[in-house]
Design a protein around this ligand. Structure first.
Ligand SMILES: C[S@@+](CC[C@H](N)C(=O)[O-])C[C@H]1O[C@@H](n2cnc3c(N)ncnc32)[C@H](O)[C@@H]1O
Length: 226
């Protein structure tokens, strides 16, 4: 689906310069023969704090709250559409959150830019389910993504997924198990189970208001460094 470009998008993006990196342009220029262009977190954040990643951050409500609660952690938030990314950048700017860097790109390009085994937690919140079989490779829990994440994650890192989609959730649990992740906790109704410190995302709020259950899984990998 092609999104309509928001009015004043370019001005708004330029007002948030420094809050995001346009890796989309970099990815297009990237030559397969070239060495990866890894981001230097120390230069970008000015410290060596641990790094966590959200893929598909949308308007950024979740990542901004998480970053505000955890000032000693650095957060990367990936979003492929500038129309929503700009709102997330503005929210981080308004709240003065210097421990978030937004990456404007498709998740598939991340191994070119994120150093191997450098991310200690990965959040997939209400990822697009792509229910049609022919679109299955776009699901962020498709085996090719789950394998790719292993290359980014630190040993004993965790992946946390939340979704409202029962079929998508079932698919994700199967793929996580098949690709060597260990399911640590599974909830079929997060809000009834009352998991502590849950941060409600924009999509989660919509589904809660409709009285729908939210599914959540936390999985770990035991990632031997190559
Ligand atoms: C359904 S929205 C959920 C937004 C937010 N996480 C929430 O829970 O409110 C999914 C978001 O993921 C983004 N997205 C989907 N596939 C992506 C990909 N391959 N790479 C980066 N972003 C992606 C979409 O553009 C969209 O903003």
């Amino acid at each position: 689906m092609r999104m309509r470009r928001k009015k004043h998008l370019d001005e708004r993006l330029s007002d948030c310069a420094g809050r995001y990196i346009n890796l989309r342009a970099e990815a297009v220029r990237f030559d397969a023969e070239e060495q990866p262009k890894y981001l230097c977190f120390r230069d970008l954040f000015g410290n060596d704090n641990p790094v966590e990643l959200e893929i598909g951050c949308g308007k950024g409500g979740f990542i901004c709250e998480l970053a505000a609660r955890n000032p000693d952690v650095n957060f990367l938030a990936v979003e492929k559409y500038a129309n929503v990314l700009v709102t997330a950048c503005e929210a981080a700017q308004e709240q003065g959150l210097d421990n978030i860097l937004f990456l404007w790109c498709d998740a598939e390009y991340l191994p070119r830019f994120i150093p191997p085994h450098s991310v200690r937690r990965l959040y997939l919140n209400f990822s697009t389910p792509f229910p049609k079989k022919r679109q299955a490779t776009h699901r962020l829990t498709h085996p090719h993504f789950l394998q790719m994440y292993k290359g980014l994650l630190t040993p004993d890192a965790s992946l946390i997924q939340k979704t409202d989609g029962r079929v998508f959730f079932q698919y994700s649990l199967e793929q996580l198990s098949r690709t060597g992740y260990t399911l640590q906790s599974v909830s079929l109704d997060l809000h009834a189970d009352g998991i502590e410190d849950n941060i409600v995302t924009e999509y989660e709020r919509r589904f809660m208001e409709q009285g729908l259950p939210i599914y959540r899984v936390e999985a770990t990998i035991h990632n031997e460094k190559e």
